[in-house]
Ligand binder design. Structure first.
Ligand code: CTP
Ligand code: MG
Length: 242
């Protein structure tokens, strides 16, 4: 059996409305490099990943070509393509642009702190069923509210996970699931696993990521991201102090 081929689809076509910054959050600089560079670099350095599809705004394609490929040397980027209005539109464009890999890793360009370990573990876990999402157990108690603003239910915290990316799938599974859901009501679809959950009977594996694998969503996340970069990995620091 030949080596499995993994393609990473990196999403950087969002407008970043909740971030309220002049520049889209995926292009804000952290230690002199754009946010999206950090995850591209991780995929570039991972021996598992054959190629990268970068999805961005039509108007940002020339900048990405120059900055990420020519200047910062992310040579695994095979295509830089325009995304769509919603995240799932951008993912679908990314899926269409793939050159028939065995597996795809769909990753938010606004999540700079993925690591080689997360990628390796996810790529192993996807083999269980063909679908796997990286996430972590929640730390806070979660409550479901009703429309009047009162508590309706409190799910058992030990079973509630916050979901991160990458989300990793057999290419044919996710491609078929997307083809099957397109044209249906897609409101409320916020991740790729939901599409597999709706459109196939395949069980999605939860693969532990890290609490550092945050998505830069609102301004305070950017401050946290800067702190992570200044501080180094949290695990190293805690060991140093004890
Ligand atoms: N994304 C994308 N295409 C879209 C929407 C989102 O490629 N039409 C990407 C974003 O660039 C980001 C990731 O998907 O890397 C996660 O989305 P989110 O955090 O929601 O980013 P934005 O949609 O840009 O932000 P907001 O929802 O606050 O507008
Ligand atoms: Mg969004």
């Amino acid at each position: 059996m030949g080596k499995d081929v993994y393609t990473a689809i990196v999403l950087a076509a969002g407008k970043g409305r909740r971030m309220k910054s002049g520049i889209q959050k995926q292009f804000l600089e952290l230690k002199g490099k754009p946010v999206v560079y950090y995850s591209l670099k991780c995929f570039q350095e991972s021996s598992l990943i054959r190629d990268i599809i970068l999805v961005t705004g039509e108007e940002d394609i020339p900048y990405c070509q120059k900055k990420m490929v020519e200047e910062l040397g992310i040579s695994k980027i095979k295509k830089i393509i325009p995304g769509g209005a919603e995240r799932y539109d951008s993912v679908y464009q990314g899926l269409l642009a793939c050159d028939t890999p065995d597996y795809v890793l769909i990753h938010d360009g606004a999540r700079p702190f993925i690591t080689e370990e997360i990628v390796e573990k996810g790529c192993a876990d996807v083999k269980k069923t063909g679908a796997c999402v990286v996430g972590m157990p929640v730390k806070d108690t979660i409550k479901i509210g009703n429309e009047e603003g009162f508590v309706e239910a409190t799910p058992d915290r030990s079973r509630v996970w916050m979901i991160q990316t990458p989300q990793i799938f057999e290419y044919s599974l996710i491609r078929n699931a997307y083809e099957s859901i397109l044209g249906k009501d897609m409101r409320g679809i916020t991740d790729d696993a939901m599409i597999v959950e709706h459109e196939s009977g395949v069980k999605v594996c939860l693969s532990p990521g890290s609490y550092q694998n945050i998505k830069i969503t609102t301004p305070e996340d950017f401050v946290i991201a800067q702190a992570f970069l200044d501080y180094g990995t949290v695990e190293e620091k805690i060991q140093e102090k004890n």
